[in-house]
Design a protein around this ligand. Structure first.
Ligand code: NAP
Length: 242
């Protein structure tokens, strides 16, 4: 059995290991935008396919028995394209969507639908902002006029001049997140609802310091797409197709 695994996440790398250990042939696909991306085991291809049509063409040139989309919950374009392309090609398709975060006692969370809405609410919540949304989509926060620290793996292009940048890559721990919040006197945190344990320590740190958090909701899954919420469920799905 051969699987195309759309990746760029920790779960995708874990799945590549698990599927390979079951004797499944895996081709992992990465967007190819991070210069030192962590490499999954097995075959790897890198770079966009060229939209849904490009992915359809790739699937006819490289036949696979299934496509598993283990991309990040906010990678909505590739997820939509994979639904369209696999439907057109008649290839079984599954999305791995890790659960979102849920608040705990002591959390002060403000949910917004978009980054723009998050930027709009910030001046009512604080003066020193910690943006943990990656390097894409930062510009919308330039208009807040608030002191801002933006954390990303690599420098955004073009490099913003209106905010401080902090280069780092998860996983993060609570002690480290507490020291970032304290050192920069952060009084409001912005995050996407990425879910998962790798980047959740900031939420614990914010809770401990009483710092409010603005969470950007996930884009919805494409209509009718089959999705599971754990690596184990993906493995079961693949086993059922062998
Ligand atoms: P996106 O907006 O959904 O995708 C933009 C374009 O990038 C797609 O149309 C596709 O180009 C290409 N692409 C994305 N993922 C790809 C993959 N796994 N293999 C081949 N091409 C891919 O995605 P994004 O939000 O920019 O994220 C890019 C990658 O980073 C994803 O693989 C995702 O898992 C990972 N990531 C994203 C985030 C996040 O917050 N968005 C966080 C951590 C990791 P074509 O149309 O040319 O095929």
């Amino acid at each position: 059995m051969k699987v195309l695994l759309l990746g760029g996440t920790g779960e995708a790398r874990e799945l590549a290991d698990l599927l390979l250990s079951m004797g499944v042939e895996v081709v992992s696909s990465l967007a190819g935008r991070t210069s030192e991306a962590l490499q999954p085991a097995g075959q790897v291809r890198s770079g966009g396919f060229g939209g849904a049509e490009g992915l359809s063409a790739w699937l006819s040139e490289h036949p696979v028995d299934a496509v598993v989309d283990a991309t990040h919950p906010f990678a909505a374009t590739i997820t939509a394209n994979a639904v369209t392309a696999t439907r057109a090609a008649g290839v079984p398709h599954l999305i791995l969507r890790r659960p979102g975060w849920t608040p705990e006692p002591g959390d002060v969370w403000h949910w917004t639908d978009t980054a723009g809405a998050a930027a709009a609410v910030l001046p009512t919540l604080g003066n020193r902002v910690f943006l943990t949304i990656g390097r894409q989509g930062l510009q919308v926060f330039a208009t807040t006029g608030l002191w801002t620290l933006a954390r990303c793996v690599e420098p955004p292009e073009p490099r913003p001049t209106w905010c401080e940048l902090l280069f780092d890559r998860g996983p993060y721990d609570v002690a480290g997140e507490l020291s970032v919040l304290r050192e920069h006197r952060i009084d409001v945190l912005v995050t996407k609802d990425s879910g998962g344990p790798q980047t959740s320590a900031k939420l614990v740190a914010a809770r401990q310091l009483g710092v409010p958090v603005v969470l950007i909701r996930r884009p919805p899954l494409p209509d009718g797409a089959e999705a599971v919420n754990s690596v184990d469920r993906v493995v079961e799905w693949v086993k059922a197709r062998r």
